[in-house]
Design a protein around this ligand. Structure first.
Ligand code: ADP
Ligand code: MG
Length: 338
C-alpha cells in the first residue's frame, strides 16, 4: 500500500510540500507569505497589480491518469499566459487544492515537484493557498497568479485600432490535435514523434511572457489576448471588446509541421479543431501596421515565430478569407463550459 496524503495531514502537506515553493526572493523585508491568515505583498509605486485565476478539474480538464508533475505546471502556465497577454511580469501565486483523502502521497509530491521546477523557471513564489478534502472523489487544482505591470501599461483586449494587423505567436491547433489523438478521436498518424509533440503541446503550454513584455513597452501594441478558448473565439472576444471586426485569412493560420502532416491527410474536416479547439495559450496581438518590423525583431530575439493572419476592420464580426477570397463562416467557433 502506498501512503496517502492523509498520513501527512493538512498541515504536514503544507509544511513539507508547499512551504518549500515559497522562494524568499519574491518577498520583501516587510512581506509575509505562507503561514499567516493572508499574505502581505508590496506593490512598487510605479506598478499596477495584475491578478488572474484558473481551475483544473479532474474529469473536465484532465483524466485520472494525468501526470501530476505536468498538471501543476499546466495549472501555473495557463495563468502565466493571462499575465503575458496583459504584458505583465508574474511574481506570486496562491494554490488551492481539493483532494480526496485517498490521494497517494507521491501524487501530491509530484505535483509539488512540477510546481517547484516551473516556479524556478519563471521566478514565482508560492505565498499561500487552501488545502481541503474532496468528497466527490475528483481532484480540483486552482491557481491564482499575481503579476505587475507599469502604471497604465497593461495591454487590454478592448483597445485594438482600425487597420491593426493581427498576429499570432507560435502555432495554432496543436493542443486540440494532441488531445484528440490521446482520446482516440483522431486515428493517430504514423509518426509516433508527431503524437508525442502534439500531446506535449496539450500538456505543457508555453506562455509567451518575454515577447509580450518586450512589446508592452511600445505603444504600437494596441491589444492582446491569450488563445485559450480557440483562435476564432478569442479573436471574436478581442474584436467585440474593441467594438471592431476582423478579416481573418485562414490559410495564414500557422500550423506546426506535425499539425500540417495531419491536415494534409485529413483535410478540411480538421479545421474546426485546429482553429477552435482551444488551449493553445499562444498570443493574439493587434499591432499598428507600422510596428510589424519591430515585432519581428522582438520575436526573433525571444525565438518565437509570429504570423500575420489578418487585419482589424470596421464591420463587426469575423470575415473569413481563403486564398484571398471570401468564404463561409465556421459553424463551431469555440469551447464554452455550459
Ligand atoms: P486559514 O484557516 O486562516 O485560511 P489555513 O489553515 O487554511 O489558513 O492555511 C494556513 C496557511 O497555509 C495559510 O497561510 C495558507 O495560505 C497556507 N496554505 C494552505 N494551503 C496551502 C497550499 N496548498 N499551498 C500553499 N499554502 C497553503
Ligand atoms: Mg485564518
Amino acid at each position: 500500500m502506498h501512503d496517502t496524503i492523509a498520513s501527512l495531514g493538512e498541515f504536514g502537506l503544507i509544511r513539507e510540500l508547499f512551504l518549500p515553493l515559497q522562494f524568499g526572493e519574491g518577498l520583501g523585508e516587510f512581506d509575509c507569505g505562507i503561514g499567516d491568515d493572508a499574505a502581505v505583498l508590496t506593490i512598487p509605486r510605479t506598478q499596477q497589480l495584475l491578478t488572474t485565476v484558473d481551475t483544473l478539474v479532474e474529469g473536465i480538464h484532465f483524466g485520472s491518469d494525468a501526470d501530476p508533475f505536468l498538471l501543476g505546471q499546466k495549472a501555473l502556465r495557463v495563468n502565466l499566459a493571462d499575465i503575458a497577454a496583459m504584458g505583465g511580469v508574474p511574481h506570486w501565486y496562491l494554490l488551492s487544492l481539493a483532494l480526496p483523502a485517498s490521494t497517494p502521497l507521491f501524487w501530491a509530491r509530484r505535483l509539488a515537484e512540477g510546481l517547484a521546477e516551473d516556479g524556478q523557471r519563471y521566478r514565482l513564489s508560492l505565498v499561500g493557498g487552501d488545502t481541503v478534502a474532496s468528497r466527490s472523489g475528483s481532484i480540483t487544482i486552482t491557481i491564482t497568479l499575481f503579476g505587475l505591470v507599469g502604471q497604465q501599461r497593461a495591454v487590454l483586449r478592448s483597445t485594438a485600432q482600425l487597420g491593426d494587423r493581427l498576429l499570432v505567436s507560435g502555432s495554432i491547433g496543436d493542443s486540440a490535435l494532441g488531445l484528440a489523438c490521446r482520446l482516440g478521436r483522431i486515428v493517430s498518424p504514423q509518426q509516433q514523434d508527431d503524437i508525442d509533440y502534439l500531446t506535449r503541446r496539450h500538456d505543457l503550454p508555453e506562455p509567451r511572457l518575454e515577447l509580450a513584455q518586450m512589446l508592452q513597452d511600445s505603444s504600437l501594441l494596441h491589444a492582446a489576448i491569450d488563445i485559450s478558448d480557440g483562435l476564432i473565439a478569442d479573436l471574436g472576444h478581442l474584436c467585440n471588446q474593441s467594438r471592431l471586426g476582423a478579416q481573418l485569412h485562414v490559410d495564414h493560420i500557422p500550423l506546426s509541421a506535425a499539425a500540417k502532416r495531419l491536415y494534409e491527410r485529413d483535410g478540411s474536416a480538421l479545421e474546426p479543431l485546429l482553429w477552435s479547439g482551444g488551449e493553445d495559450y499562444e498570443l493574439l496581438l493587434s499591432v499598428s501596421p507600422g510596428a510589424l518590423e519591430m515585432v519581428g525583431h522582438a520575436a526573433q530575439r525571444c525565438q518565437v515565430t509570429v504570423t500575420d493572419i489578418g487585419v482589424v476592420v470596421q464591420d463587426p464580426g469575423i470575415a473569413y478569407y481563403r486564398a484571398g477570397q471570401p468564404m463561409a463562416p465556421l459553424s463551431h467557433t469555440g469551447w464554452t463550459h455550459f
